[in-house]
Write a protein that binds this ligand. Structure first.
Ligand code: SF4
Length: 215
């Protein structure tokens, strides 16, 4: 099986099994940006608690008016709160250049925006791709631990480098860019339901062709 076939095959089977769903249904692009930072090294339950402590409806001006120490206290439930407050302030400083108006980012290419995001303190590859895909409507393939684990076990020779894996997946799925938000979501869903650290291979929708490498 070619790399391209493996990637397409996995997504085809997952879509058949789980159907299509909205993974990150927030329609507040700024809230998605904040969530992308808060979710680093924690789960969504903790992010939700932290988001609930922030002024509602969440907007950049409101966060700007809160000093860093206070912000850290509010987002405490998400863990690493001092570092995350610094990161949020850095993200805010970047967004301020565009008057906190995501529509001003529309003319930018995905690559140009990705480059800018990666220059922000605390924004790495995965966070940048989450912001691009879910907040700015600029699909960029999101790679995370679930993607790596599922594809490795399935039999793909997964590149170690984030960017090489992202480009490999992008190459295989670019005809369905509008579904990149779903693809990340369905891999997380599958990782949680079946392909966790201790996989439940019985009944797994990928079990017929999965090589179960390392299981
Ligand atoms: S068959 Fe097992 S190892 Fe393969 S994807 Fe399913 S749960 Fe993971």
């Amino acid at each position: 099986m070619s790399d391209q076939f493996i990637i397409q095959d996995v997504f085809k089977k997952l879509e058949e099994h789980y159907g299509y769903f909205d993974w990150w249904p927030s329609h507040n692009p700024f809230e998605v940006m904040v969530g992308a930072i808060l979710v680093q090294n924690t789960n969504w339950k903790n992010v939700d608690k932290a988001l609930g402590n922030l002024p509602q409806p969440l907007n950049a001006e409101a966060i700007e008016s809160i000093d860093q120490e206070q912000l850290a206290a509010l987002i405490r439930p998400s863990g690493y709160y001092n570092q995350k407050a610094i990161k949020l302030k850095a993200l805010l400083a970047w967004f301020k250049q565009y008057d906190y108006d995501d529509s001003r980012l529309i003319p930018f290419s995905v690559d140009a925006l990705r480059k800018e995001l990666l220059e922000i303190k605390g924004v790495g590859n995965e966070t940048a791709d989450v912001i691009l895909t879910y907040s700015l409507n600029k699909p960029s393939f999101v790679i995370d631990a679930y993607a790596r684990r599922i594809f490795e076990r399935y039999g793909l020779d997964v590149p170690k480098s984030y960017d090489q894996f992202r480009m490999l997946a992008d190459n295989a799925m670019k005809h369905e860019k509008h579904k990149y938000d779903y693809f990340h979501g369905v891999l997380v869903e599958h990782g949680q339901q079946f392909c966790n650290k201790k996989p439940k291979c019985d009944g797994c929708p990928l079990s017929d062709r999965c090589r179960r490498i390392g299981v």
